[in-house]
Design a protein around this ligand. Structure first.
Ligand code: AHR
Length: 532
């Protein structure tokens, strides 16, 4: 379909033709799509690959905090809640739908007080310790073996965060040996065997401290770098290609990064593969109560991930010009004020709604667009916490809209990201008595064989976007749209109403190398485009 001159009327006319079989099911297209509409242009450049989207960019994080581990993941073998060796069965079933590549554990701030030996051996003999968050008691029922079993059940790689704040290099190196040495190799390996795991765990991903600028020890970048070097010198590898991750800055603090890397480059470079900034976009209003301006304000804040990635990458490149170290954003998400917890004992638990789903989609799109820079991303946190994919309380369990975004974005995992240039009018809003602007459309594209996957976030509260798509270097034979939207911006799933906000799939009657995509207001869409 040639698209030279595009009048608005033609544009909208084509937009309404674009979807065949569109149905106004629950939560779908409550307003007629083309009543008010913005225009946008998307160019997909199939011959401009960015890099492979590491499946690890869609990673997870589970900390011993509030209801994440106890109640969320671990219910115990004696529980009446269906479990697999103590691990919540329903969580395993839902996680497997995502093909999760990696899970980070045991923290977070918890990691820098955690002594791994407390969590091995017979469960009834394990010590009870100060649990750090809100002075709870940590029973250590869920330790290294239980975590590895959880990872194996959901087919994810484990990512362990070592204690630099209150631990020693010796303790850390012994943990690596415990996990990775073959049976019979050392006394520590034999201890693992005696604890029921003859095969080494072969853990590849190791974080060395967490937020070392803060809860992880209040280090300066220079003193942390010295610790990092000490901890990682001559690690036992046992044939595992270890991927070592250093604690990056709070948000986009370029000074922390420059000072760490300056010190790192001063010596013979210590082994280092990943650099981990954390980025919480915060909140605007409350989890389920916000104005239209606050909706846009938070989306704009979430879009700060773009600048964080490019800025951090630039600073790192000054000391690591070949870019051998890649980014690991191992904590990200919205952080709302308390008040929507389903269980008051679940510290930081928040209800995620449509706005959070758009934040998740926007973030994953940002990671995709920087596939060559990113080694991993971990949403904080898996269950019963900030920006969670699941909520559970006793025998009740529900998947949040964030889960559905991760599921929608699954085809990107392992595919080749290609450049997608999106041009759209910005959206204006007010915050702090001033006018601001936020992107009018964002997204990413990837290719695997003949499958072109395009994901898009339309942030407009009221207005659809009619996006003129041009594919350079290929043409589409058939298409399908998966859509996540709702008439209410605070729509969310509850135990009683678990399907309030779930994606719907429609066949789309588009073909060729140029056509118009219809993007409803406040929506996430995935376009499955089959190249001819
Ligand atoms: O995710 C909750 C906490 O936020 C983590 O423990 C810490 O790393 C971050 O500050």
């Amino acid at each position: 379909m040639p698209h030279d001159r595009f009048t608005r009327r033609r544009f909208l006319g084509r937009a309404s033709l674009a979807i065949a079989g569109l149905h106004a099911g629950r939560g779908l297209l409550a307003a007629p799509v083309s009543s008010r509409s913005h225009t946008a242009e998307i160019d997909i450049l199939l011959n401009e690959p960015i890099g492979t989207i590491a499946p690890e960019l869609y990673g997870h994080f589970a900390e011993h905090i509030g209801g994440v581990v106890y109640d969320g993941i671990w219910v115990g073998e004696e529980s009446s809640i269906p479990n697999i060796g103590g691990i919540r069965k329903e969580l395993v079933t839902w996680m497997k739908r995502l093909r999760p590549a990696v899970i980070r554990w045991p923290g977070g701030c918890f990691a820098d007080r955690y002594h791994w030996r407390d969590g091995i051996g017979p469960r009834d003999k394990r010590p009870r310790r100060y649990g750090r968050w809100n002075d709870v008691t940590e029973p250590n029922f869920f330790g290294t073996h239980e975590f590895i079993r959880f990872c194996r059940l959901v087919e994810a790689e484990p990512y362990l965060a070592a204690n630099v704040g209150t631990g020693t290099a010796e303790e850390y190196q012994a943990w690596v040996e415990y996990c990775n040495a073959p049976a019979g190799a050392t006394t520590i390996a034999d201890e693992r065997v005696a604890n029921g795991s003859p095969d080494p765990f072969r853990v590849r991903y190791w974080g060395v401290g967490n937020e070392s600028w803060g809860c992880g020890g209040n280090f300066t970048p220079e003193t942390y770098c010295a610790e990092f070097r000490k901890f990682t010198t001559w690690l036992p590898a046992y044939g595992v290609a270890l991927f070592l991750i250093a604690s990056g800055p709070s948000g986009n603090d370029k000074n922390w990064t420059a000072r760490f890397f300056q010190r790192w480059a001063d010596y013979t470079h210590a082994p280092l593969q990943g650099w981990s900034p954390h980025y919480y976009c915060g909140t605007a209003g409350e989890a389920l109560k916000f104005t239209t301006d606050q909706w846009y304000e938070l989306l704009k804040s979430a879009n700060g991930m773009e600048g964080l990635i490019t800025d951090q990458w630039d600073v790192m490149g000054k000391f690591d010009p070949k870019h051998e170290v890649r980014l690991v954003v191992d904590e990200w998400g919205a952080w709302h004020k308390a008040g929507t917890e389903i269980n008051k004992a679940h510290l930081f638990e928040q209800m995620s709604c449509l706005r959070d789903a758009l934040i998740a989609a926007l973030t994953l799109d940002t990671f995709n667009r920087h596939a060559e820079k990113m080694a991993m991303g971990n949403v904080a946190q898996l269950i019963n916490n900030l920006h969670s994919l699941f909520l559970a309380d006793g025998d009740k369990f529900v998947a949040t809209p964030n889960f559905y975004v991760f599921e929608m974005y699954k085809p990107h995992q392992g595919a080749k990201a290609v450049r997608a240039v999106v041009q759209s009018e910005k959206v204006g809003y007010s915050a702090g008595g001033e006018r601001h602007e936020v992107f009018g459309l964002a997204g990413s594209a990837s290719v695997r064989d003949k499958a072109l996957t395009l994901t898009l976030v339309n942030p407009h509260m009221e207005e659809a976007v009619a996006a003129k798509l041009r594919i350079k270097g290929g043409a589409v034979r058939s298409a399908r749209r998966v859509l996540l939207t709702h008439a209410k911006p605070d729509a969310h799933n509850t135990f009683d109403n678990p399907n309030e906000l779930v994606p719907r799939t429609d066949e789309a009657s588009v073909s060729g190398s140029a056509f118009v995509l219809d993007l409803p207001p406040k929506s996430v869409t995935r376009w499955d485009l089959v190249l001819g």
